[in-house]
Design a protein around this ligand. Structure first.
Ligand code: GDP
Length: 232
């Protein structure tokens, strides 16, 4: 599929619906948050590995290959950060990174094509346990490939979050891969479907890690969920 230059997609905003867009102060708060040290805290394969939930937390997940590592790298500006969760054959773990005022929890992609049965069982229990029981979890970012839209595994996960009353927000990835008209139609379709999901945030983020699109806006959203600057 052809690449679409940033300018070609300018008619579709980084947030959808576009109101309220973050103002300059919110964008700056996001920039400052992500300019801080980003520290690896823990890798949890089960309940016993979870770090204390002392900071507001945001979980990030999506199907394998959705562009999660690229997005985490674009947000933090540190290419090595997401790599740890990416090594093939590695036990599935939630990777926790601390940005001083916010914890990021990076969940491995759902979809288990080649995982051993025991691993699938363990993980299928652990993720719902984590999202339901994590008091500090402010929001879950559900990453969706802009080319494909919502798929069955995404809907299953969203339903689980709805039942657990855990707030989540859709983040479209790879915006640069989709023509503006197709993107606009996809956004309308997803926004309309979200109306029946009780825990879904009505606003979608539209990003391209490769072109740096929508990253500042997503940082601003995350900064609004972080602990106040004087909390530590
Ligand atoms: P993960 O498996 O979800 O962590 O996905 P990765 O970040 O490893 O990305 C999967 C593939 O999608 C890689 O080939 C990336 O280069 C590509 N990709 C990720 N983000 C973007 C993007 O914003 N634009 C484009 N065109 N490709 C992307």
């Amino acid at each position: 599929m052809a690449d679409h230059a940033p300018g070609a997609a300018e008619d579709v905003g980084a947030l959808f619906p576009p109101e309220p867009a973050p103002d300059a102060a919110m964008i700056e708060a996001g920039r400052l948050l992500f300019a801080q040290e980003c520290r690896f805290v823990a890798a949890a394969a089960d309940e016993s590995g979870l770090p204390p939930d002392t900071l507001p937390e945001v979980a990030i997940l999506g199907r394998s290959n959705v562009g999660k590592s690229s997005l985490v790298n674009a947000l933090t500006g540190r290419a090595a950060l997401a790599r740890v969760s990416h090594a093939p054959g590695r036990t599935r773990q939630i990777i926790f990174f601390e940005l001083r005022r916010l914890m990021l929890a990076d969940l491995p992609g759902y979809g288990f094509a080649s995982a051993p049965k025991e691993e699938i069982k363990r993980w299928s229990r652990f993720v719902p346990f984590y999202v339901r029981g994590r008091a500090a979890l402010k929001r879950t970012l559900v990453l969706i490939d802009a080319r494909h839209g919502l798929m069955r595994a995404d809907r299953d996960f969203m339903e689980m979050l709805d039942k657990a009353a855990v707030s989540y927000q859709i983040v479209l990835t790879k915006r640069d891969k989709v023509a503006p008209a197709e993107l606009a139609a996809r956004l309308e379709q997803i926004a309309s479907e979200l109306k029946s999901h009780v825990a879904a945030h009505p606003q979608l983020h539209v990003t391209s890690a490769h072109k740096g699109l929508g990253i500042a806006e997503l940082r601003a959203t995350l900064a609004a969920l972080a602990a106040p600057p004087d909390a530590r």
